[in-house]
Design a protein around this ligand. Structure first.
Ligand SMILES: NC(=O)c1ccc[n+]([C@@H]2O[C@H](COP(=O)([O-])OP(=O)(O)OC[C@H]3O[C@@H](n4cnc5c(N)ncnc54)[C@H](OP(=O)(O)O)[C@@H]3O)[C@@H](O)[C@H]2O)c1
Length: 290
């Protein structure tokens, strides 16, 4: 039976990136729908659920994507609510690459640091990638500071994580200048910079002034990058005694994780690939034991 992936995209046009990765992941037929909302998705999900017998449903899967992670989360919820009993297909959510990118970043960190009890800071922690990176660090029992330009937004991001993980060790902080970011990073062992494209947090000279820093990951590939001493190609590159990863350095693993995640949808009809499930896959792809 042929593998069909149903791409449900919340944007006006379905993501070309997600379509290419679907083909590269072994999908045989890709049905792409755009502008999908929780209000319009039920019929599309029924079309996936009711066309093949329960034993064959593993050959149909759903991918939720689009530019907004909040819209993607809402759509994923409605898709799951539409299933019942054995009448379900596997589903993955990765709006704007938020889950695969955060999972690849934290799996990269796990290669070098134990993470439990590690003091970690996420800059740009209120975005889709930063929030999920912070959540995964909390899952690994790190002590995580979430930084935004607005304290209320950082606090709201902490609350979101605490709702999912009440025992998380989190603190919220606001920063308005490179000096503020530098000060907040002082004493941290791990920095994950997940700011918007072109937003620079730490300027030249910053890494040398951060004793105790062991690992720094910058996910922003668009100049100026988030940590100016990190090059996009850095991949476990040592600089001033700090191991550094740039956006493309993480991107290789991210692409492998995305492809592996899509392929794994067809291993059963009940997979739900959300942030944590995609992280578990990332650790597997990176060869790291849980
Ligand atoms: N390497 C990869 O494979 C890969 C894949 C996907 C995404 N990315 C990159 O990962 C990064 C995070 O993605 P995202 O979608 O989560 O980003 P985003 O939502 O665009 O931005 C993240 C956060 O950055 C902060 N921010 C925005 N403009 C800023 C400015 N001028 N100065 C300081 N902070 C600013 C905002 O937080 P506050 O308003 O709360 O301060 C925002 O919530 C991006 O750079 C993206 O390009 C990399």
């Amino acid at each position: 039976m042929q593998k069909i992936l149903i791409q449900l995209d919340t944007d006006p046009q379905p993501s070309v990136f997600d379509r290419v990765v679907a083909v590269d992941s072994g999908v045989e037929h890709l049905f792409s729908y755009s502008g999908v909302t929780p209000e319009t998705v039920t019929g599309l999900v029924h079309g996936a659920m009711f066309t093949r017998g329960p034993a064959d449903l593993k050959n149909t899967a759903i991918f939720v994507g689009g530019g907004s992670a909040a819209d993607g989360e809402a759509l994923l919820k409605k898709v799951q609510k539409t299933f019942f009993g054995p009448m379900r297909v596997s589903v993955m959510m990765d709006s704007n690459g938020c889950n695969t990118t955060a999972a690849a970043a934290i799996a990269s960190a796990r290669r070098h640091l134990p993470l439990a009890e590690t003091s970690a800071i996420v800059l740009g922690a209120t975005g889709p990638v930063g929030l999920r990176a912070a959540e995964l660090l909390a899952l690994e029992h790190a002590h995580v500071t979430l930084v935004s330009r607005t304290l209320e937004r950082a606090q709201a991001a902490c609350l979101t994580i605490l709702q999912r993980q009440p025992d998380a060790h989190l603190s919220a902080a606001a920063a308005a200048s490179p000096e503020d970011y530098q000060q907040l990073c002082y004493g941290q062992e791990l920095i994950v910079a997940a700011g918007a494209a072109g937003a620079c947090f730490l300027n030249d000279g910053a890494l040398q002034q951060l004793p105790g820093l062991r690992l720094a990951i910058d996910l922003n590939a668009v100049p100026p990058v988030g940590i100016s001493e990190i090059s996009v190609m850095d991949k476990a590159t040592e600089k001033f005694g700090v191991l550094c990863y740039g956006a493309i350095g993480v991107g290789g693993l991210k692409m492998k994780v995305h492809r592996r995640a899509v392929a794994s949808l067809f291993e059963g009809n009940d997979r739900v690939l959300d942030t944590r499930a995609i992280y578990a896959l990332a650790l597997e792809v990176a060869g790291i034991a849980r």
